[in-house]
Each structure stands twice: as structure tokens, then as C-alpha cells.
Design a protein around this ligand. Structure first.
Ligand code: AMP
Length: 621
């Protein structure tokens, strides 16, 4: 480890949220959520926003950018003012919903704060009645916000805070004009924060034009890792993480392990789940008193404890030779933390293993890890039931061999068994099997390979994004458009706006994406004719999406979208592709950020059918 204990460069003394100026109910909510320390983007952005300055932040999902802008807004919110005070513009309905959920969780200790998502595809009724009742924060997609402004149903005259989230995505989706028009319709005296993963010239121009002397915040990564650490990752959704970890614990030959999670609460719950599965695990986090933390670390050193479930803060500087494995149960919010975490293994010239769980939506983080560590982590597969079973059988054999080595104890039982065999007339092998049944208890020794729901779920997560979701998660890396089109699974749709109506492709994409919940990848070629246009959309577009698009207007005209029958009435499908079977995905709000189920829908408890390990793993010596 070259820079192992160096604090992140942008947050040298790792301040707490209170040091950044977060107080009262907002601070309590952060504590409830178990956030221990601010992520680098939060440490840099929160004080600047609280001081009233505009901000341009280079940050992606997963860095904690939502809290970076949401906390300062909530900290200064005037709850008595019911005309919208804050507006967040987001490129997609999913992101709008996620940001809304985040705002709500950060405002959970405040009374009477109303946050409203406003996106295309949802009926106006709900939005109108909520707006009438009074809203403090609006999170919306540009097209629908524009519609409300045009209808006079959204009053932005009292707006104090405006956030452009994923600005580059918004522009890519053709929302540039809408964004600019919205900006122009807000009061001059307001604070603007712009977040973008990239800084192309168009974003720079936008920032120059609409932000006042913004502070530019970029979280740099300057890190390198030890070459003797093998980095692997497993694509797995949140719901499968505990079971996946259990399988890994069964087959990996580990000595000591640190499992990193994001929050203090999670250290406790995961350690408890691991203990319930038979592992010796303890939680350490910033709230655990120092004495107790030291005790746990000493137990780990002395092999009285095998697994520490930790947050970054609690594991800072930890130096235990015995740690053979680091597992990032949750991937950290910044690469510096990643490097520091994996540096807890491979100590004193030993080799180490780092395994990171990456949810399908976090795949893009792999590139950041690669850049920060200058190594390419390799993808690992979930251990199969066969892998687990052969490890269990090997351990079973070893247990017998070890017991046979205890001569005096064996001797004491030999006569008892011989007596049983004589009186019951059963072969000794049956008696041995019966004793194994007694020793094993109710949990089966082997997993059933024909009933491997976990592998099926993890395999699903490992499929390419387009296969899983219909290509609608616009945060995933995309294939070049030409290649996508080459697959030929688009069909032409006719809309009744054309060149005569001064329509441009980006307006069409923006309107259809916003109202129909389509992603950028859902669009093929757009051919603008004098009186109408032909838009290529997925060949098996859900009729419900078409229905939603019925009332869409572009350049003020109803588009009256329908499948194009072509000049000879043929038209329709260009091929029989069945790629888009799962159209309904985007109509459901995501369960939570980063695929996490809510707390009340927690993991199965081991008693109700989760895989039970055969026994505590053996230690590698
Ligand atoms: P975001 O980049 O805003 O989408 O956040 C990514 C994830 O990190 C979300 O699950 C947040 O709840 C979580 N998160 C944000 N800030 C922190 C923090 N300071 N400590 C722990 N987790 C955080």
C-alpha cells in the first residue's frame, strides 16, 4: 500500500456533518440513516452552498451528491412558505423519484415538509392537487415542468434554490432548451447548483450563463494500490447480498475478514445476520466506544473473531496481519475510501483478496476503481451449489479425520457403538450415518442444486443491462448508436409534427422520453418530413406507453403517435425481435436508491429458508 492511510485529499480532517453546518432535525435524520461521515463531494459542497454560493460539481451517482445538495436546501428551508422554494431538475423520472425519496428521508425529522415529484407520464391531477396544497421542494423532469409553467400551474416566483442534477444527461436527452427556459423563468436572486458527471463545453456555457461565480468542485482521485492484493467483483443486487456473502464465506479460504458497509446501522444488522448463520462476526463503527472497538480488533488478531463488519471511519488505519480478505458489501462513495479499504488486507508482505459487491446500477464505478487502483478487478461468479457442496463434504471428511485423531474420546465411544450394533443388528455404516444425522441437526448438509434461486437471481443481475431492463437505464454505458440500430429491433412510428412546425429531433426525443418514460437508447432514427415525422422506437413498445404518449405535444401540436404503416400500408415491425418484453419496469418507482429494499422488507431470516452454512469456516494457517 503506497498511500494507505492518507486521508482523502479533499477532506483532510474528515469533518462530521455538524462541522459542515448541518444542524437540528436534518442532522438527526442523517444520524438515523447511519451516515457516519460526509463523502468528499458532501464535505466540499455543503459549506459552500450553506454560505450561499453557486456550485458546479463534477460527480456521479454513488458519490453522495444528492445529500450534497439536499441537505443545504433543507437546512435553510422556510417550512411556513408553501410556494415552491427549491426546484431540482433531473433527466429521468427514475432519478426524479430517487431524489424525492432522498429528500424525504433527509427531511424525516422535520415537520410538514412537502416534496413533490413532477414527471411526464403521470397524470396531471395528482400533481395539481399537491401543488395547490403547497409544496416546498419540487423534483421534476424538464418537459413536465415546462408544461406546468405553460399552464400557469407552477409558481416559481419564490424559488430560492435550483439544482440541475445530471446536467449532461439532461442535455443529451434534448432538454437544453427546456432547461434554459426554466432557468429564465426563475427569480434572478436564487442559488444554483449544477451537477454533472462530465463537463462538455455545452455544460460550461450553461454554467457561465446562469450561475454566478460558481465554485467548481471536483473530487480528484490520486491513489494507487498494492500489487499483492487481488481484486474481484461480483455483480449482485442488494437483496441477494447477504446470501451471496454467505456462499463466498463458505468457499473462500479466508483467515480474518473485514466486511465494509456504508452505514453504522448496517454494520450492526449485517454482523447479526452473519452470527445467525454461524460466523463469529462483530460490528465496529464510529458509535461503538473505543474500548469495545479495540477489544474486537484484538479478538480478530487473536483469531477469536473472524469477521469485522465496519464502516470506513471505524476501520481507519486498521493493521491486522490476519486479515486475508476485504469485502466491500457496499461499494464506497469515493475511490480514496476504496483504496484505503482494500489496503486493510495484504499487510506485512502477505497476499490479500478484495471482493466488491456491485449492484447492476453501480457497474460504471468499476471504471473509477480501475483508474484509481491502476488495476483491473476481475469479475467473479457466485460460487455454485456444487462449489459449496464440495467444500462442505471436504469439511465433513476433515471433521471425521480430526475426531478420529482424538484417540481417548474415540475409545470411550467404541464399546457403546459396538453394543448398539450387536443389539440392533444394523451395520456399523448405518450407525455412523445416524450419528451424522444427529450431529447435523435439521439443516441439510448439502444444498439442492436443482433449487438454486440465488444463482438464478445473480445470473440475471449479470446479464447485460439491455437484456435485463429493456435498455432503459440511461446511466449504463451505451453502445454506439449505429451498433444499436444495427440490431434492427426498432419499428417506425408516425407523429403529426414535421418541418413545417419547426420541430427538431431533440424536441421529439425530449417530449417522448419525458412523457413516455423512454430512455435515450429507445430511440432509433428520426426522420423529419414536411408535415409529419417518423420516429423509430422499440418494435414491441408497450401499448401503455403509446397510450401515455397520446396527449403529448411537440411545438404546441398534438403528436397523435401511431405505428407507421408506410406508403403501402405495410410498415409496423421491421423484425420480430422480442427484446422489449419488460416494458413495465420504468413505470414502477425504484424500491430504493442503489437497489436497496427498504428496512421493513429485510433479508429473510436464516430460519425461514436462507442457506445455512455447514459450519463456521476453517481457518487458513
Ligand atoms: P447518491 O450519489 O446521492 O445517489 O448516493 C449514493 C448512496 O450513498 C445512497 O444510497 C446514499 O444513501 C448513500 N450515502 C450518501 N451519503 C452518504 C454518507 N455520507 N455516508 C453513507 N452513505 C451515504
Amino acid at each position: 500500500m503506497t498511500e494507505e492511510d492518507a486521508a482523502p485529499i479533499d477532506a483532510p480532517s474528515t469533518p462530521g456533518f455538524e462541522d459542515l453546518g448541518i444542524t437540528g432535525a436534518v442532522l438527526k435524520a442523517i444520524k438515523d440513516l447511519g451516515y457516519e461521515t460526509p463523502s468528499p463531494i458532501q464535505a466540499a459542497t455543503i459549506p459552500t452552498l450553506l454560505a450561499g454560493r453557486d456550485v458546479v460539481g463534477m460527480a456521479q451517482t454513488g458519490t453522495g451528491k444528492t445529500a450534497a445538495f439536499a441537505l443545504p436546501v433543507l437546512e435553510r428551508l422556510d417550512v411556513s412558505q408553501k410556494i415552491p422554494q427549491a426546484l431540482v431538475l433531473a433527466p429521468t423520472r427514475e432519478l426524479a423519484l430517487q431524489v424525492c425519496e432522498a429528500f424525504e428521508s433527509y427531511a424525516s425529522r422535520m415537520k410538514g415538509v412537502h416534496v413533490l415529484p413532477v414527471y411526464g407520464g403521470q397524470g396531471y391531477g395528482v400533481q395539481l392537487s399537491a401543488l395547490r396544497r403547497g409544496v416546498h421542494v419540487i423534483v421534476g423532469t424538464p418537459g413536465r415542468i415546462m408544461d406546468h409553467l405553460a399552464k400557469g400551474t407552477l409558481d416559481l416566483s419564490e424559488l430560492k434554490y435550483l439544482v440541475l442534477d445530471e446536467a449532461d444527461e439532461m442535455l443529451k436527452m434534448g432538454f437544453a432548451e427546456d432547461v434554459e427556459q426554466i432557468l429564465a423563468q426563475t427569480p434572478t436572486e436564487k442559488q444554483v447548483a449544477l451537477f454533472s458527471a462530465t463537463m462538455p463545453p455545452t455544460i460550461r456555457r450553461l454554467a457561465q450563463q446562469y450561475l454566478r461565480d460558481p465554485e467548481e468542485i471536483t473530487i480528484k482521485s490520486k491513489t494507487a494500490t498494492n500489487k499483492n492484493i487481488t481484486q474481484r467483483y461480483l455483480i449482485v443486487s442488494y437483496a441477494q447480498k447477504v446470501d451471496a456473502l454467505t456462499r463466498i464465506l463458505e468457499v473462500e479460504n479466508f483467515d480474518g475478514m473485514i466486511v465494509f458497509v456504508r452505514t453504522k446501522n448496517e454494520t450492526e444488522t449485517l454482523a447479526e445476520k452473519l452470527r445467525a448463520r454461524g460466523y463469529s462476526a462483530a460490528a465496529i463503527n464510529g458509535d461503538v466506544p473505543q474500548v469495545q472497538r479495540e477489544r474486537s480488533v484484538n479478538q480478530l488478531k487473536a483469531a477469536k473473531l473472524d469477521i469485522l463488519v465496519a464502516t470506513d471511519v471505524a476501520a481507519r488505519g486498521l493493521d491486522v496481519e490476519r486479515i486475508s480478505h476485504v469485502v466491500n458489501f457496499d461499494i464506497p462513495t469515493d475511490t480514496e475510501s476504496y483504496v484505503h479499504r482494500i489496503g486493510r488486507t495484504g499487510r506485512a508482505g502477505r497476499t490479500g483478496d478484495a471482493i466488491s459487491f456491485i449492484t447492476p446500477r453501480e457497474r460504471y464505478l468499476l471504471k473509477h476503481i480501475e483508474r484509481a487502483t491502476r488495476q483491473e478487478p476481475t469479475q467473479m461468479q457466485l460460487p455454485t451449489t456444487d462449489d459449496v457442496n464440495s467444500t462442505r463434504l471436504a469439511r465433513f471428511d476433515d471433521a471425521i479425520t480430526a475426531a478420529l485423531g482424538e484417540a481417548s474420546r474415540i475409545e470411550a465411544f467404541r464399546d457403546i457403538i459396538a453394543h448398539y450394533v450387536r443389539n440392533h443388528d444394523v451395520p456399523e455404516s448405518d450407525v455412523a450415518a445416524a450419528l451424522a444425522v444427529v450431529a447435523q441437526g435439521d439443516d441439510p448438509l448439502l444444498l439442492d442444486p436443482n433449487n438454486d434461486a440465488l444463482s438464478r437471481a445473480v445470473d440475471f443481475d449479470n446479464r447485460p443491462q439491455r437484456e435485463r431492463s429493456g435498455g432503459r437505464d440511461n446511466r449504463e454505458p451505451r453502445e454506439p448508436r449505429a451498433e444499436r440500430r444495427g440490431k434492427g429491433d426498432y419499428a417506425p412510428y408516425r407523429i403529426e409534427v414535421g418541418r413545417r412546425h419547426r420541430v427538431e429531433p431533440r424536441q421529439i426525443v425530449g417530449a417522448l422520453a419525458n412523457e413516455g418514460g423512454l430512455g435515450r437508447d429507445d430511440f432509433g432514427a428520426i426522420n423529419i418530413r414536411p408535415d409529419f415525422s417518423i420516429v423509430e422506437l422499440p418494435s414491441n413498445l408497450d401499448p401503455a406507453v403509446l397510450e401515455k404518449l397520446r396527449d403529448t405535444r411537440v411545438s404546441g401540436r398534438l403528436i397523435e403517435i401511431k405505428p407507421d404503416r408506410g406508403p403501402r400500408g405495410g410498415g409496423g415491425r421491421r423484425d420480430g425481435g422480442d427484446r422489449f418484453e419488460r416494458r413495465d419496469r420504468d413505470d414502477r418507482p425504484r424500491r430504493d436508491r442503489d437497489d436497496r429494499p427498504r428496512h421493513d422488507r429485510d433479508e429473510r431470516s436464516p430460519r425461514d429458508g436462507a442457506e445455512q452454512p455447514f459450519r463456521k469456516p476453517r481457518h487458513k494457517k
